[in-house]
Write a protein that binds this ligand. Structure first.
Ligand code: ADP
Ligand code: MG
Length: 232
């Protein structure tokens, strides 16, 4: 497994500031953060072969250093049940991404295990000119997009800060279980915040991180999408 340092150096050599989802998740795994299992496939045939290895249902996503918002480009297909669905998804993703981003270099697709449903949350890091790295926590989906229900903490976070970041969002009650659903593992979320905080404090080359979404479960949490951006 490549170290965070090696992953960053490779991107630097290629003059890229944005790590691919594959690289970003590899980096997260090197920090001890769980992610969905994934592999790159450079052709439709390869996508089918890899899907069989990963197992159905699976997910296909466009892999391109030039396409960072994959769904907007029609580049994400989830719940693929068999070879035929993968073949169709591959064609649809390529057609849509080429139409929307004609100049993009497309490596292929990543084939991923389909994460079981969980509560969608977000962990982010941005670098403030005054405060340096700042960590963000929020619930995913409309909670962050429409209601802007997020909390912020300046790095380095203490364990107490991480616990507060999770509890301080307005919709924190959803974490405790809602209408019969089990409570989510908030200590797993605090652990992710701590690991990201520790990493960014000792890695000033990293300017932004986005773990969006993380699926939170009654036990554990898994980063389903990730993006890491390097600074100057
Ligand atoms: P984007 O680049 O548009 O943010 P994402 O990788 O976040 O793309 O995928 C969009 C949505 O698809 C996610 O918010 C999540 O709900 C779903 N999704 C993505 N990958 C998986 C996966 N491996 N398992 C289950 N759901 C997924
Ligand atoms: Mg995403």
């Amino acid at each position: 497994m490549a170290s965070a340092k090696e992953i960053i150096e490779k991107a630097r050599k290629e003059a890229r500031a944005v790590l691919t989802e594959m690289e970003s998740k590899e980096l997260l795994r090197s920090l001890g953060i769980s992610t969905t299992q994934m592999k790159l496939a450079a052709s439709k045939e390869q996508a089918i072969t890899v899907s069989k290895q990963i197992g159905y249902p699976c997910v296909l996503k466009v892999s391109s250093p030039d396409i960072t918002h994959k769904s907007d480009a029609g580049g994400v297909k989830v719940g693929l049940a068999d070879d035929a669905a993968v073949a169709q998804a591959y064609d649809d993703i390529m057609a849509s991404c080429k139409a929307k981003f004609p100049a993009a270099f497309i490596e292929g697709v990543t084939v991923q295990e389909m994460a079981r449903p969980g509560l969608e949350v977000i962990v982010g890091m941005a670098t403030d000119p005054q405060f340096g790295p700042v960590l963000m926590f929020g619930l995913g989906g409309v909670w962050v997009e429409v209601l802007k229900d997020v909390s912020f903490k300046i790095a380095p976070l203490t364990k107490g800060d991480a616990a507060k970041a999770v509890r301080e969002i307005k919709a924190a009650r959803l974490l405790d279980g809602f209408r019969g659903s089990e409570p989510v593992d908030t200590s797993a979320l605090e652990d992710i915040l701590m690991r990201v905080s520790d990493f960014v404090v000792k890695t000033p080359q990293v300017k932004e991180m986005d773990l969006n979404p993380i699926f939170a479960y009654p036990k554990g949490a898994v980063a389903v999408d990730a993006r890491v951006i390097l600074g100057e």
